[in-house]
Design a protein around this ligand. Structure first.
Ligand code: AMP
Ligand code: ZN
Length: 113
């Protein structure tokens, strides 16, 4: 399958790994929008939030477990962070493998654009 994040997970495209377990992979975003900008993905290919079902939704809990571990390990858990999932064209999704942006290291504004 021609999927950028599947290739990153497989090591065919280089990435800066931050965390990995049996179901989740996390790496630094190539175009960071905050001092800390990490992408967390399920290792299984799921296209977007629209494809979450009762059969595959357990991995979303794993994503949030990974985020909490990463936040503590890097040291921004105390100050806080934001987890963002963009879905589809209007949501601003540019890579067709579901992913969660973990953003931290500055005071993030609200509402998003
Ligand atoms: P989205 O716009 O929500 O689909 O997010 C895709 C994210 O993937 C963007 O923040 C990109 O900067 C990031 N990205 C694209 N290619 C790479 C790559 N090769 N390594 C790391 N991050 C990437
Ligand atoms: Zn994929």
């Amino acid at each position: 399958m021609d999927c950028l994040f599947c290739k990153i997970i497989a090591g065919e495209i280089p990435s800066t790994k931050v965390f990995e377990d049996e179901s989740v992979y996390a790496f630094r975003d190539i175009e960071p929008q905050a001092p800390e900008h990490i992408i967390i993905v399920p290792k299984n290919h799921i296209k977007s939030a629209n494809e979450i079902t009762a059969e595959n939704s357990a991995v979303i809990a794993k994503i949030y477990e990974a985020a909490a571990k990463i936040a503590k390990e890097i040291g921004f858990a105390e100050n806080g962070y934001r987890i963002v999932n963009n879905c589809g064209v209007d949501g601003g999704q540019t890579v067709g493998h579901i992913h969660f942006h973990l953003l931290a290291g500055r005071n993030l504004q609200w509402p998003p654009g």
